[in-house]
Design a protein around this ligand. Structure first.
Ligand code: PMP
Length: 428
């Protein structure tokens, strides 16, 4: 159905022509009101595929959704009811722009679990997910034409946000240990030689979305030192840090570098994305502007969901729940890796993540994975083509598979459906 058909179907026949004429006329009149920035606002490929992937019968290896079925829903319902019944005047009222102090103190405990032990609640801003913190960072630090460095590949939502601020996003290829310090240094030197202004390094050091790659512990400080030497701030996005399958989380870059790193955390992957809560731990000297910019966008994060998350952290065994979901993700990841090894043809390779939600698949050079998506939809499976995760418009021979919200049986079935499509694409 075209958008015109869709519009027609919502109107009574007699009204259709008039309404269409009016819509076309308004579109013409308003076209040149858009800001220059608006031309850079793109539709996210992930959101597009997300809409398709809820069709019945389709196996979606596309969406990076957390597994929520093991949350104690009945009890959470009672907690939400109690919050409104007993604290409704606070929960349903406007709150402070920085977020509730009790929750900010609890966020310090969450960060301590991954190795940040010196965080002060005063340096935290509670945000509407980590997504809004990325937007604020770009807004506060970048003018059109400024450079943000990032990993290649990187999170599509961050790319869309940065590009909307007319930032030049420069992606630096990783190896299996993450960003390569020497490549980062070289790219910085090249850009500075061209007279460019580099403001931020945006990095997802643990279980990168989409590649699943983790930046090696021994590279982390080196990368901070390189950035510090060139006065580049680090925007460390760590929503998956606590989702390491085995052993302790790797210390974030922020742990030893409180003055050079803005650290972004999120409740989306360790609790539930529907609460739309994350946070930024911001160096003291940058905090005020960052916080004011957050406040200007949302006035305040939702008091109701802040109180729900706060109760979840204090009254529930959130660490136990996390341990259980971590082992579920680990099992699903192994199922996916086994399925790939069993079914994918020679010439295809993939990453082996130690945590997070994603496996990144590489096809031989020259194969474009974008058109394969349409064949995959016909075969009953969806993935995200790799081109979504880089700022360049070049076709990509990669694709992202998510195992987090799919049962092991569906993972196996999805790979069985995908394999012949990849085989044919390689043979062509
Ligand atoms: N950063 C990364 C790397 C992500 O993968 C995501 C969500 N998929 C986000 C940020 C956005 O998270 P939030 O729900 O906290 O806005």
């Amino acid at each position: 159905m075209t958008s015109q058909d869709e519009l027609n179907s919502t109107l009574l026949p007699a009204e259709t022509e008039v309404a269409l004429e009016r819509a076309v006329d308004s579109a013409h009149r308003h076209e040149n009101l858009f800001s220059e920035r608006a031309a850079n606002i793109k539709q996210s490929a992930v959101r597009d595929v997300f809409d398709i992937s809820i069709r019945p019968g389709l196996v979606s290896l596309a969406g990076g959704s957390p597994y929520l079925k093991s949350l104690p829903m009945q009890d959470l319902g009672k907690t939400a009811e109690r919050i409104i019944a007993e604290h409704g005047l606070e929960a349903l009222q406007y709150g402070g722009g920085q977020g509730m102090e009790q929750l900010r103190r609890q966020i310090c405990d969450v960060m301590a679990a991954e190795g940040i032990t010196d965080a002060d609640p005063a340096d935290i801003v509670v945000t509407t997910g980590s997504q809004s913190a990325q937007d604020v960072a770009a807004k506060v630090f970048c003018d059109p034409g400024d450079v943000i460095l990032c990993e290649d590949p990187t999170y599509v939502g961050a790319l869309n946000t940065f590009e909307a601020y007319q930032v030049d996003v420069q992606a630096i290829e990783m190896d299996e240990q993450g960003l390569v310090p020497e490549r980062l240094e070289q790219r910085i030197a090249d850009l500075l030689a061209e007279g460019r202004r580099i403001k931020l390094l945006y990095t997802i050091p643990s279980f990168n979305n989409p590649s699943g790659i983790t930046l090696a512990a021994d590279r982390r400080q080196r990368i901070v030192d390189i950035c510090r030497a060139h006065n580049i701030l680090i925007l460390e996005d760590n929503p998956y840090g606590l989702l390491r399958f085995d052993g302790h989380p790797l210390p974030p870059m922020r742990a030893e570098n409180p003055d050079d790193v803005i650290y972004l955390g999120s409740f989306s992957k360790i609790f539930a994305p529907g609460v739309r809560l994350g946070w930024a731990l911001v160096p003291r000297h940058l905090h005020r502007r960052f916080y004011l910019a957050c406040e200007a966008v949302v006035l305040c994060p939702s008091p109701l969901t802040q109180m729900l998350v706060s109760a979840y952290l204090s009254d529930y065994d959130w660490q136990g729940h996390l341990a259980n979901t971590r082992s579920l993700y680990s099992e699903r990841c192994s199922t996916m890796l086994k399925g790939l090894a069993a079914h994918l043809p020679e010439g295809v390779s993939w990453t082996t993540p130690d945590g997070g939600f994603f496996v990144w698949v590489t096809l031989p050079e020259g194969v474009d994975t974008y058109p394969l998506l349409y064949q995959a939809i016909d075969a009953g499976v969806v993935f995200i083509p790799g081109a979504a995760f880089t700022p360049s418009d070049e076709p990509s021979n990669k694709l992202r598979l998510a195992f987090s919200a799919v049962s092991p049986e569906d993972i196996e079935e999805g790979i069985r459906r995908l394999a012949p499509i990849l085989r044919t694409a390689i043979e062509e």
